[in-house]
Design a protein around this ligand. Structure first.
Ligand code: NDP
Ligand code: GDP
Length: 328
């Protein structure tokens, strides 16, 4: 039975990846940072029904010793580094912490792998935010980067360190440059989930408007369940490499609103208000990925459409608010 270690296992992708790997017969270990909210921290794993099947290990991306000890003890075959301060807007409020966890945290794990488990295959969660102010209309593995936030700059450092550890120390280290991917387990501060949660509140009479920032921004949104499959596929290749993972379809925030509200039988124009306070100091105006390499080398393709994704998220938020209403 192969063993995988997932950092960020309590996050959206960590939870879906754990479910995917359990389904493939893996023993799944997850790094858990100590928190006073330990009763709710495993909520996503519980939602997927796998909380008791993932072995949670005490550690932190900022504590190299904890990472080395975990690798020495458990000798995982695969290490998926998903932990990060992952919210772009917060990265302007906490640029140093973002640098330490999202950037240096990844290097801590690379060091731990190099020291304690050099034969383990390593996955780094890189991001389309690294393309930032885009240099080509469709971004692929050869497109130059232009990060536009402390988050993106930290991810770029982690990305290049992954490439460097691969080339310098012959680690099987791959980097997935994933475009935005969402699900009912997406953090509520991200725009798609904020929208589907808003739709549910409005539909159930719990709110009368939804305040958003830049409705013109465009993203290439996919489903997290499809994207964790690509992570695994990367580590099954004989040689490590970097891959863009995307749908190739770019949609504006306003258009996502239209789709999500329409699923609940509502007209978004009646409820969405633009709040200038929610605009960012620097914006990534548009992202659209070209995943031709992932398709040809990994045989990967997305399975969910944006409409299916939005419908699943709206339904999950409606069900959640109905449950909360019944129990309160
Ligand atoms: P989430 O924000 O949902 O999850 C982040 C995870 O990192 C959580 O488990 C969190 O733990 C953990 N974490 C944060 N700080 C530390 C720390 N100091 N030590 C240990 N663990 C820590 O992110 P996603 O699941 O959406 O994304 C997974 C990865 O992929 C991230 O690195 C993200 O930046 C990257 N990515 C995501 C994209 C997306 O669209 N979702 C696109 C491209 C890249 P806790 O639960 O305790 O907060
Ligand atoms: P990001 O691409 O990782 O920054 O993912 P987000 O979901 O946080 O943001 C996607 C886009 O939506 C960005 O261009 C934001 O400026 C835009 N956006 C517009 N209104 C909001 C909002 O209220 N919250 C968030 N999070 N983003 C918003």
């Amino acid at each position: 039975m192969p063993t995988a270690l997932i950092t960020g296992v309590t996050g959206q992708d960590g939870a879906y990846l754990a479910q995917f790997l359990l389904g493939k017969g893996y023993r799944v270990l997850g790094l858990l940072r100590r928190s006073a909210s330990s009763d709710v921290i495993g909520e996503r794993l519980r939602w997927l029904g796998i909380l008791d099947r993932v072995e949670l290990l005490d550690g932190n991306m900022s504590d190299l010793g904890s990472l080395i000890r975990i690798l020495q003890k458990h000798e995982p075959d695969e290490v998926y580094n998903l932990a990060a301060q992952s919210f772009v807007a917060s990265s302007w409020q906490q640029p140093l912490l973002t640098g330490m966890v999202t950037g240096l945290g990844a290097v801590n794990m690379l060091e731990a792998v190099r020291t304690a488990a050099p034969r383990a295959r390593f996955y780094q969660a890189s991001s389309s935010e690294m393309f930032g102010k885009i240099q080509e209309p469709r971004q692929n593995e050869r497109t130059p980067f232009y990060p536009r936030s402390p988050y993106a700059a930290a991810k770029l450092y982690a990305h290049w360190m992954t490439v460097n550890y691969r080339e310098s120390f012959s680690l099987h280290a791959s980097s997935g440059i994933l475009f935005n991917h969402e699900s009912p387990l997406r953090g509520i501060e991200f725009v798609t989930r904020k929208i589907t949660d808003g739709v549910a509140r409005i539909k159930l009479g719990l709110a009368c408007e939804l305040r958003l920032g830049n409705l013109e921004a465009r993203r290439d949104w996919g489903h997290a369940r499809d994207y964790v499959r690509a992570m695994w596929l990367m580590l099954q290749q004989p040689a490590p490499d970097d891959y863009v993972v995307a749908t190739g379809r770019s949609t504006s925030v306003g258009e996502f609103c239209r789709i999500a509200f329409a699923h609940a039988g509502l007209d978004h124009r009646e409820f969405v208000r633009v709040d200038p306070a929610l605009f960012r100091p620097a914006e990534v105006d548009v992202l659209r990925g070209d995943a031709a390499k992932a398709e040809s080398v990994l045989g990967w393709q997305p399975e969910s459409s944006l409409e299916e994704l939005a419908a699943e998220m709206v339904e999950a938020d409606l069900a959640r608010h109905r449950r909360l209403r019944e129990t309160s």
